[in-house]
Design a protein around this ligand. Structure first.
Ligand SMILES: Cc1cc2nc3c(=O)[nH]c(=O)nc-3n(C[C@H](O)[C@H](O)[C@H](O)COP(=O)(O)OP(=O)(O)OC[C@H]3O[C@@H](n4cnc5c(N)ncnc54)[C@H](O)[C@@H]3O)c2cc1C
Length: 363
């Protein structure tokens, strides 16, 4: 008996038809996260990526600003335009002055229901993760968290959101075919920052949030900034000197700090080093630590495991120091030094001091 003819569609791909209820959903939205009057840079990174997605889909890119006062909202909307948005939804209410899940989720959900975007992007920050989860649950739609890449599937115009899975050993691409909006959070520094163009303008769409303070169960009594917040500003450092287990002992980390001081760099580390207590957890780079995108990343005594790699491979230049020529880090480093880091690090520090002294003399 002969088998019936197989469909022409590749194996594993089902024919997709969007539920007619969702056909009116159009446009790409980026939630602008802000705190104490400053927009989080991840929002600009998302606007840069959102612009590309919107252009591919032939739709508009919108920023979404929830704020406590009109002046701040207007300034944030302008920043959204400078970074690529065509329009910006602003919801202004004193209840929205500081982030709280309940009023923010309620306002964003109402905005989505009223204006129906097909894609909604947020930063995978503490605030973004908290808000995205609540909004997606209320809207009963799909959310792909902690993405490392976003694209449009040309076959069905859906958002293809890529993220590490199985402990970071695989990357998987997730699509939300049957629900709208398609939501995703992306970690800071995974995407590149678009050029800020102050000549760009856009439309402000002001909406009236339906909120009352006495309906909100959480109260903000006082804002106490985290005193340690600036201790390790790894995510935004231009130069990072990072160390791994190959440095052998906590004492040897001094060699990294010396080089970092000479270069004006931050110090980063792998997970085993953090677990051993050689440095604090806020310096861990990788899948369960921070994602960084410096101009220069010097990796000393680091093997280059995929869980570390996903956090630093966006660096412009990677210099690896490792005596094992087969270490995986050499597969993606820009320059490799096959040597003992305990000899190379002090030599680099001395060379930089010498160079700086020569420059000073020349001035
Ligand atoms: C769910 C999960 C999440 C994880 N998250 C992270 C994460 O966020 N960040 C992270 O870093 N890891 C993470 N890991 C751990 C990761 O899998 C690796 O174990 C880790 O990155 C390895 O760290 P390392 O390179 O310091 O150590 P090793 O893999 O032991 O490598 C040490 C390297 O030092 C070299 N070396 C030896 N002597 C010298 C010398 N004298 N000079 C220079 N080099 C020398 C060796 O050749 C070797 O290549 C995670 C793992 C899991 C399962």
């Amino acid at each position: 008996m002969t088998q019936p003819a197989t469909p022409s569609r590749p194996a594993g791909r089902r024919k997709f038809e969007l539920d007619p209820r969702f056909e009116s959903y159009k446009g790409v939205w980026v939630f602008l996260e802000h705190n104490e009057g400053v927009v989080h840079p991840v929002s600009f990174e998302l606007l840069g990526e959102g612009r590309k997605l919107a252009d591919q889909l032939g739709v508009e890119l919108a920023g979404v600003v929830l704020a406590g006062d009109g002046t701040a909202a207007r300034a944030f909307a302008d920043e959204a335009f400078f970074h690529g948005a065509d329009l910006c939804f602003t919801a202004i209410h004193p209840v929205l002055a500081h982030y709280r899940n309940q009023p923010h989720a309620r306002t964003l959900t109402a905005l989505v229901n009223a204006h129906q975007p097909e894609i909604l992007l947020l930063g995978a920050t503490t605030m973004g993760r908290d808000l995205a989860g609540s909004v997606a649950t209320t809207l009963q739609t799909g959310l792909t968290a902690d993405c490392t890449g976003l694209a449009i599937d040309p076959e069905n115009r859906s958002l293809a959101a890529t993220r590490p899975t199985f402990g970071g050993s695989l990357l998987c691409t997730i699509v939300t075919l049957n629900y709208r909006p398609q939501m995703a959070t992306v970690r800071p520094r995974v995407l590149s920052l678009p050029t800020r163009d102050t000549s760009r303008r856009g439309r402000v769409v002001a909406v009236e949030p339906d909120l009352a303070e006495d309906e909100i169960v959480t109260k903000l009594l006082e804002f106490i900034p985290d005193a340690r917040r600036d201790e390790a500003s790894l995510a935004f450092a231009d130069i990072i000197v990072a160390g791994g287990r190959g440095l052998k002992r906590a004492d040897n980390f001094r060699l990294l700090w010396d080089l970092a001081d000479a270069l004006g760099a931050e110090v980063g580390a792998t997970r085993p080093v953090v677990q051993a207590g050689w440095v604090t957890a806020d310096r861990q780079i990788g899948q369960s630590g921070k994602t960084v995108r410096p101009k220069l990343y010097i990796a000393a005594g680091i093997s280059g495991a995929v869980q570390h790699r996903v956090g630093m491979e966006g660096a412009d230049v990677i210099i690896a120091i490792n005596p094992d020529p087969d270490a995986p880090i050499f597969d993606f480093a820009t320059y490799g030094i096959v040597a003992n880091a305990m000899q190379i690090l002090p030599a680099m520090t001395a060379a930089i001091h010498q160079h700086m002294a020569a420059l000073k003399k020349a001035v």
